[in-house]
Design a protein around this ligand. Structure first.
Ligand code: A3P
Length: 307
């Protein structure tokens, strides 16, 4: 990322309206960012120095971050069932630009400096110097763009502002297809980390929400090996998979809570909705599905990756 962008003044950045008349996303290094996170994203880019034992969970929003947090936390801290039952996954694994670098330029020192787990929605293109200069491990989760879009649409409509000004689905679709959603373009976000995973397979693990859903045992086992926490037998893997399932997690009081965390404007329960694969079919017309599929083929074709 160009260092001059780090000293940025919002008024100098390109901006585009994405919702209602007054909500804008700002373009930084080719990506559309929410204004409230731009300064902390800049702090992460400038000051975060991952140590080799760090684990970074990267994702585009609404692609399975909460699930990945619970899985990786459980892989690293075996017997985590109790902690998962009383802590929201986002409080167990903080997001760098939302919970860590909000007011400070450093990661607070914790007792245990090894195997720290953080997450981020920052695109690789903005974080390349940070990640390329470290031996830390990165796990990137992605999800079918149509389900991602529908999940984002539901999530945004839970914001207070949506009571007066709902984010219309046709607007959300059009903006998404033009790359205009928080941390978008979705396709560039995914491609950045996909390419990185092909270049540095020892450090970067790329997985899809659908793969995890279809065969969680195989992929959680692979994740354990990748992270340096291999499982001793299938029983252990099964336990992690069960304790992080949507059904189990979404029923804990802490995850059903209507209260909002200090670090975000939406209640804790907004991170758990349906957890289905293919829910877009209930919301998108055949024409929209074809429009997004064509875009997906065009964008992902070169990487031999498709949905
Ligand atoms: P839906 O809106 O389709 O239900 P993120 O965590 O990146 O914000 O993504 C949120 C999506 O992941 C939501 O999808 C949410 O329901 C789903 N999700 C949350 N926890 C999950 C879990 N343990 N297993 C599967 N999906 C989960």
């Amino acid at each position: 990322m160009d260092n001059s962008l780090l000293e940025m003044d919002l008024s100098t950045l390109p901006k585009e309206n994405w919702w209602g008349d007054h909500d804008y996303l700002y373009k930084v290094g080719g990506f559309w960012l929410l204004p409230q996170f731009i300064q902390s994203i800049c702090r992460v880019v400038k000051h975060f120095k991952p140590i080799p034992s760090d684990i970074i969970l990267a994702s585009y929003p609404k692609t399975g971050t909460t699930w990945l947090k619970s899985l990786v936390f459980s892989i690293v801290h075996r017997s985590s069932k109790h902690r998962l039952s009383i802590n929201h996954p986002h409080d167990l694994v903080p997001t760098l630009e939302v919970q860590v670098f909000t007011t400070s330029d450093v990661v607070p020192c914790s007792e245990n400096q090894s195997n720290r787990i953080f997450s981020t929605h920052i695109p690789y293109q903005l974080l390349s110097e940070t990640l390329d200069s470290s031996e830390c491990r990165v796990v990137y989760v992605t999800r079918n763009p149509k389900d991602t879009l529908v999940s984002t649409w539901h999530f945004v409509n839970k914001w207070k502002k949506a009571l007066d000004c709902p984010w219309q689905l046709d607007v959300a679709i059009d903006k998404f297809c033009h790359g205009l959603s928080p941390c978008g373009p979705y396709y560039d976000h995914v491609m950045g980390y996909k390419k990185l995973s092909l270049e540095r397979p020892t450090n970067v693990f790329f997985i899809t929400y659908e793969e995890l859903r279809a065969d969680p045992i195989t992929h959680v086992k692979r994740l354990g090996e990748f992270l340096g926490f291999p499982f001793e037998g299938n029983e252990q893997v099964q336990e992690v998979v069960n304790s992080c399932s949507f059904e189990v997690l979404s029923n804990y009081e802490v995850n059903r809570s209507e209260e909002s965390p200090t670090w975000f404007q939406l209640p804790y329960n907004s991170f758990f909705r349906k957890g289905d694969v293919g829910d877009h079919k209930n919301y998108l017309s055949d024409e929209t599905i074809e429009r997004i599929d064509a875009l997906t083929r065009e964008k992902f074709h070169s990487l031999g990756f498709n949905y």
